[in-house]
Write a new protein. Structure first.
Length: 54
């Protein structure tokens, strides 16, 4: 399963697909999501996500 993750920084709006198995499995998504950093603009704690079932 992957998730669409979007930077919510008003100047960026980058969107990427992230494989969930590449993220820490021992922590809830709510905690992991808060630690993500946008690689395009460097903003922190600015992600929105939705599941992609493929």
């Amino acid at each position: 399963m992957t998730r669409d993750i979007q930077c919510l920084n008003g100047r960026c709006d980058r969107m990427v697909d992230v494989r969930l198995d590449a993220l820490p499995q021992d922590q809830p998504w709510s905690r992991v999501g808060l630690r993500l950093v946008c690689s395009a603009c460097g903003a922190r704690r600015i992600c929105a996500y939705r599941p992609e079932l493929a």
